[in-house]
Design a protein around this ligand. Sequence first.
Ligand code: SF4
Length: 403
Amino acid sequence: MESLRILYKIGPGPSSSHTIGPMRASESFLSQYSKADSYAVELWGSLAATGKGHLTDYIIKKVFEDAGRSIDVEFKMDYVHPFHPNGMLFKAYQDGQEIGREQIFSIGGGNLAHEGESSTAEVSTYPYQNFAEIHQDAQEKGVELWQLAVEYEGQEILTFLRDNVWNVMKEAVHSGLAADEVLPGSLQLKRRAKKFFAKSQEQSGEVRELGELFAYGLAVSEENAAGSFIITAPTCGAAGLLPGLFYFLQKKHQFSDEEMAKALAVAGMFGIVIKKNASVSGAEAGCQAEIGSAASMAAAGATYLLKGTIAQQEYAAEIGMEHHLGLTCDPVDGLVQIPCIERNAVGARRAYDAAYYALFAEDGHRVSFDTVVATMWETGLNLRPEYRETSQGGLAKAFLRGS
Ligand code: SF4
């Protein structure tokens, strides 16, 4: 299983597979062929179908422009590579002759892979195959999940999670709450986080808290939609859910930043299981793989913060995923806005509920986290292509035809 440093990546929104992945692929190709005099890239499958709205061409051109180069971007709408729906073919030229090409896939969460590989990173930081093995190891050692992260990634992982992840997440909440301009793109969607927060402050008790929780989730998701820097948790499209709930819990219970770093490690242990045994890519497995995964991670981390056992953390993560099974990826006009932003805010509440549900249940649970992950993956593979980040079905279709 991969490092938490790979799971939690900082990068530009609005999509880890459509912006962070292509950005990293561009940087890598450019460094291999730095002497070429011209470049071109073909975008395939979902990258072609929703790349415009997801700013894929913008970020690729920006990488080349920042290096004083230019690149032609071609959207090949009618081609989907059998290996993965997010394919790119980079080409480099010298004096009109092709001197190199690279086929590379953006497989979700900003990760890249060549055909047949699981990830170009190909690192295995943890020795586990599934969550059952993680749980067993923690039980035998008598430790919390975050302590396993320290065992395999060193004490510095907590510093990384506090300074490079949690701090960036908090900044995204703050900047999202302060902004009120219209989001970029054809929908001319107005931001809501600032207004939600202001309205929440007119309320008291549970309603006030509910408004605050929604506002925090909206704030980060709107920052993502605006192309600002956020943390993949586990993706850009689902980047608001976990920080929204964690920020709410830190404020409510005054948890230290060190404790939040441990909660991020706990959440991350569930995220890396999903990435190993299923997918966090909406183009591969629908929105259940993004928002469902984020809800699992957030619910588990929240349960840890609220003093739940590892069994309860697992139960919360299972609920977080189970109640998003079948959720399709259908971003309207290819933008990570409708339904994505709202799904993050509502998902933060669902994850909070999942944590408390698990805390109430002291008699264990029947469906394991590994089972729900396998179920999500099987469901995702059975989703028709219209429901996997192509903007050809679901809300993406119904909204534009005005029904
Ligand atoms: S619908 Fe879900 S999976 Fe699809 S782009 Fe939006 S957040 Fe990502």
